[in-house]
Design a protein around this ligand. Structure first.
Ligand code: FE2
Length: 264
């Protein structure tokens, strides 16, 4: 099976990038599953039910989140009724929503997991041990497993990649909004990239209006960040998975820039 994973969609520029590019990517790659990280989709902070539904209507199968999961209060109204949207699995017990879902399409099944790193981020439960529990061999689960590690530190994401090598189909990083060029197949068959990158304005700072971010660095005063609406970039990866083994056979990055087209 083929999975198209799209990196952090930020604000209206990111949503426009998705709308304008998804049809061509669908015909070029014919993905069985399309997954997006949507934690910055609503103005850069959180997601609303309307935006999640817009993604599903465009053919997205699953949405992952991260440290901005709760920024838009709308989430509390729908997260428990929308299993296709997951938040990091290592939030403390009792947190609304789930950290994993089995996606189904055309007779294929893909287990999607979201965990969050703890370096420079809130001290959630241990992501390694959370993954151990979710991947417990005694539980029945699909062969293909796709993991979004939402984390700041490259070391933490690389460590999780090695920890899961041979146990899951893919480990992809999100959160830094900068695509890394270390996409690879680990020796035991897990596809890996430290960060998929960002789908949003490339004229701001990580998708947010650059003037506000610069002011923050210059003054250290409280500044309200809002999503930038400039020209977009679209960052993602396409992962091929062998249905019989559940291991990956390839991982390729996708980078599209508004006004200039470049596809890998
Ligand atoms: Fe994040």
């Amino acid at each position: 099976m083929k999975v198209l994973f799209i990196g952090d969609i930020v604000g209206s520029a990111g949503r426009r990038a998705l709308k304008e590019n998804l049809p061509a990517l669908k015909s070029a790659h014919r993905p069985d599953f399309i997954i997006v990280n949507g934690e910055n989709a609503a103005g850069g902070k959180g997601i609303t039910a309307a935006i999640a539904n817009e993604f599903f209507e465009q053919g997205v199968h699953g949405i992952t989140m991260g440290n901005h999961t709760w920024d838009n209060k709308d989430i509390f109204e729908f997260i428990d009724d929308e299993p296709r949207l997951i938040r990091p699995a290592n939030y403390p017990a009792g947190t609304p929503g789930e950290g994993t879902v089995t996606l189904k399409a055309d007779g294929k099944e893909l287990m999607l997991i979201n965990v969050m790193g703890r370096a420079f981020l809130p001290p959630l439960d241990c992501p390694f041990r959370t993954l151990d529990k979710l991947l417990d061999k005694s539980k029945k689960r699909p062969k293909a497993v796709f993991v979004d590690v939402h984390a700041e530190a490259t070391s933490e994401k690389i460590a999780i990649g090695w920890y899961l090598d041979g146990k899951v189909s893919a480990v992809v990083g999100t959160h830094t909004h900068v695509q890394t060029n270390d996409e690879q197949l680990l020796p035991n068959g897990t596809a890996y990239i430290t960060d998929v990158g960002m789908t949003g304005s490339r004229e701001g700072v990580l998708g947010m209006e650059r003037e506000a971010v610069i002011r923050k660095f210059l003054t250290q005063l409280p500044v309200r960040f809002i999503a930038d609406e400039g020209k977009y970039q679209f960052h993602g990866v396409v992962v091929n998975i062998d249905d019989t083994t559940g291991l990956a056979t390839s991982i390729k990055t996708i980078r599209i820039y508004e006004g200039e087209f470049k596809m890998h």
